[in-house]
Ligand binder design. Structure first.
Ligand code: GLY
Length: 561
């Protein structure tokens, strides 16, 4: 058996020793156990898509505050043998009994918490359908092999850390309200101390059913009945038909080019790809090298402002509403938008055609990146929305449900938990997918390829933009992940930034240009990147040091010391 030579690429590692080896495959994810599960599957002869099944399912077990079997996501795939990209849309759908005003009271006001806590906030999950689709259409190994690690960790348990404690503390009330969730995720009804062990025997059984029967085992039959009964008993509106009719959709990714760099990213119902390409298109009209540092940041804030305004107005599920995708990603349209940018003054957001208002709040989601030794790639961003989703576990199933319904515009003009607002395009309709910011992406220049993405709610798209610019400037995986982060989302009209990203001098210069700046108390995002040199095949990978993930490069051959 080939002894695979693993390279643990710590977030602070350099790549000194590995230049001599052919590095064949890499996995970067938000949890070391999930990265290990991906590598384990590659070692068993699986490809990137099999590894993606293993990583998806393991993250669902060991990072329950970020994603899960009761959630959804987008898997961006590159099929090396066909040189083709495809996006698997496993986004949640609104239940068929959903109504446009279901989160409003008799006065037309939002009912606090209704779209965030408990089973009424849950869309119909897409993850079980997506992993079966990945496995049966693109993988080489059966689900009984690729789900093995996830089942093992669900049964034997995993150890919590301080991040788990913070997330569970933040959602303690919602978790307490669900008997099964409190029993699984809390200890004595409180967020557990770091070092606690979380065992999920019901989830292990659910995963074993999926391993044996595929998606049908989740969406039909006894398990589906249990899910629906529990949801309905607790105020939700799921039906057996909702589950039986759920389908994963293959979509054409959104594509663009920025100064020779090709971008492949998420299509609607994500707003990510369109906004990313819009921002890069606008930037193309400016020679950033001639600008001062303050002007460069100002320019980025201005393109972010304009792309997020368009996001609010135009974007939604293209199966339900008409989204002018081609126009939004065209260079001509970007030129028109960019013509309004002044290099010596911020454009107040209320000077643009109005859409609405909001403020950023807590968010969670996860991302992983994979390249295998055949050149297949996966960039996947997955979510259950708020930390621990709705906080509700359907009785006897171990399935923690998402609260992705909050990503709809429940009331035009009112912000969701990310402070994002939307118009008609993202209104609630039965069976519709809610708009997302998740932006799994591939970048390609003449000599290199990058696979990337991150969690972070509304800030996902601007994090990917900053990393894409770092890659275009020649940065490696670590440089892309390390780049200081700032964000503008049209409304509220301010630049939000990580604590140490701007010097005092820069803050003054930005303020003189008319920007309001809010420095956050802590950093944000949890990006996982793999970069490949096209000619040598050499890989480097990095997991965000802001999180607790791990990036591994696997040589696939015996390595000499
Ligand atoms: N739930 C976060 C997103 O989809 O953007």
């Amino acid at each position: 058996m080939i002894r695979r030579f693993r390279v643990l690429v710590l977030t602070f590692a350099c790549f000194f020793a590995w230049h001599a080896h052919v590095q064949a495959a890499a996995v970067a994810s938000a949890h070391p156990l999930a990265t290990d599960a991906g590598i384990e599957v590659l070692d068993k002869g699986g490809n990137a898509f099999d590894a993606a099944v293993a990583v998806t399912a393991t993250l669902a077990v060991v990072e329950p505050y970020s994603s899960g079997i009761g959630g959804g996501g987008f898997w961006l795939l590159h099929l090396s043998s066909e040189n083709r990209d495809v996006m698997l849309d496993g986004r949640e759908r609104a239940p068929l009994a959903a109504e446009r005003d279901m989160y409003l009271d008799q006065h037309g006001d939002l009912i606090p918490g209704a779209s965030i806590d408990g089973p009424l906030s849950a869309g119909i999950p897409g993850v079980p359908a997506a992993i079966e689709h990945l496995s049966s259409k693109y993988g080489k190994l059966p689900l009984s092999v690729t789900l093995e690690a996830a089942i093992r960790y669900a049964r034997q348990g995993f150890t919590t850390d301080s991040h788990y404690q913070r997330m569970a503390g933040f959602r303690e009330d919602a978790l307490r309200a669900s008997t099964d969730a409190a029993a699984i995720f809390l200890k004595n009804n409180k967020a557990p101390e770091p070092g606690s062990v979380i065992r999920q025997p019901d989830l292990a059984t659910t995963l074993s059913i999926i391993a044996r029967e595929g998606a049908r085992g989740f969406y039909q039959g006894e398990l589906a009945r249990r899910l629906v009964d529990s949801v309905v008993r607790n105020g939700g509106i799921w039906s057996m038909e909702d589950l039986a009719s759920y389908r994963v959709v293959e979509r054409e990714p959104v594509k663009g080019v920025f100064r020779g760099m090709q971008i492949v990213s998420a299509a609607p119902p994500s707003s990510g790809g369109i906004a990313l390409i819009q921002m890069l298109n606008m930037l193309e009209g400016f020679d950033r090298a001639t600008l001062t540092e303050a002007q460069r940041i100002h320019l980025l804030a201005e393109v972010m402002r304009r792309a997020y305004r368009d996001r609010a107005e135009f974007l939604g599920d293209t199966d339900f509403v008409s989204v002018p995708v081609n126009r939004l990603v065209s260079k001509k349209y970007a030129d028109r938008l960019a013509a309004g940018i002044k290099l010596d003054a911020a454009t107040p957001s209320d000077a643009l055609t109005p859409v609405a208002v909001g403020t950023q709040k807590a968010s969670d989601t996860t991302h992983f990146s994979i390249i295998d030794d055949d050149g297949n790639r996966v960039a996947a961003t997955l979510s259950i929305n708020f930390p621990f989703g709705s906080g509700f576990v359907a009785a006897g199933t171990g399935v923690l449900l998402n609260d992705e319904m909050d990503d709809f515009s429940s009331k035009p003009g009112e912000p969701n938990v990310y402070g994002l607002v939307g118009a008609e395009a993202n209104a609630i309709e039965p069976g519709k997918r809610m708009l997302s910011s998740m932006s799994p992406s591939f970048l390609e220049t003449d000599d290199r390829i990058a696979v990337l993405g991150t969690p972070g709610g509304s800030r996902i798209i601007t994090m990917v933009l900053l990393a894409a610019l770092a890659f275009h400037e020649g940065g490696d995986a670590q440089a892309m992940v390390d780049r200081g982060r700032f964000h503008h989302q049209y409304l509220p009209d301010k630049i939000i930034a990580e604590p140490s990203v701007f010097s005092a001098k820069l803050m003054r210069a930005l303020s003189d240009l008319g920007h309001q700046i809010q420095l956050l108390d802590s950093s944000y995002g949890n990006m996982h990147v793999i970069v490949q040199q096209k000619e040598s095949g050499k890989l480097d990978a990095a997991s965000d040091r802001r999180g607790g993930g791990e990036a591994l490069v696997d040589s696939g051959s015996v390595a000499s010391p």
